[in-house]
Design a protein. Structure first.
Length: 120
C-alpha cells in the first residue's frame, strides 16, 4: 500500500527529491507539515504526478487529506481517499465531497490503521 498525504503530493510536484519528497513513497509516506496553498485552490493532477514521480501505481494507493480539494484530487487520480477533519473542513463537508472514509482526527491509532489498511 502507498499512502500519500495531499501535502506530500504537493511537495513532490514542487521539488522532486530536493528534501526527500517524491524520492519514493512507501507505506506510510507522509508530510509532517502543511505544503501550503489555499484549501480553495484546486490541485487535481498533483496526486497522479506524485505517484508517477515515485514510480508507484494508483492501485493500493491511499490519499490522506483534510480539504474538499484534496478529496477531489484523490478521486480524480483514482485512489482511495481518507479525509481527516483536522483542518477547516467538517466531516460532513468531506463526506459530501466523496471521501471513501472520513475521520474526525488521527487520535485513535487503531482506527487510523484499520482505515488505511488495504480494503479498509
Amino acid at each position: 500500500m502507498t499512502t500519500v498525504s495531499a501535502a506530500a503530493a504537493t511537495r513532490a510536484t514542487r521539488s522532486p527529491g530536493a528534501d526527500g519528497a517524491g524520492a519514493g513513497f512507501g507505506a506510510g509516506a507522509r508530510c509532517a507539515h502543511d505544503a501550503g496553498g489555499s484549501p480553495k485552490e484546486e490541485r487535481p493532477d498533483l496526486v497522479a504526478i506524485a505517484l508517477q514521480r515515485a514510480g508507484r501505481q494508483r492501485e493500493g494507493a491511499v490519499l490522506v487529506g483534510d480539504t474538499p480539494a484534496d478529496v477531489r484530487a484523490g478521486l480524480k487520480a483514482g485512489v482511495r481517499v481518507v479525509a481527516v477533519a483536522t483542518g477547516r473542513s467538517s466531516r460532513d463537508d468531506l463526506r459530501a465531497t466523496g471521501a471513501h472514509d472520513v475521520l474526525a482526527d488521527l487520535v485513535d491509532t487503531e482506527r487510523v490503521v484499520q482505515v488505511l489498511a488495504p480494503g479498509g
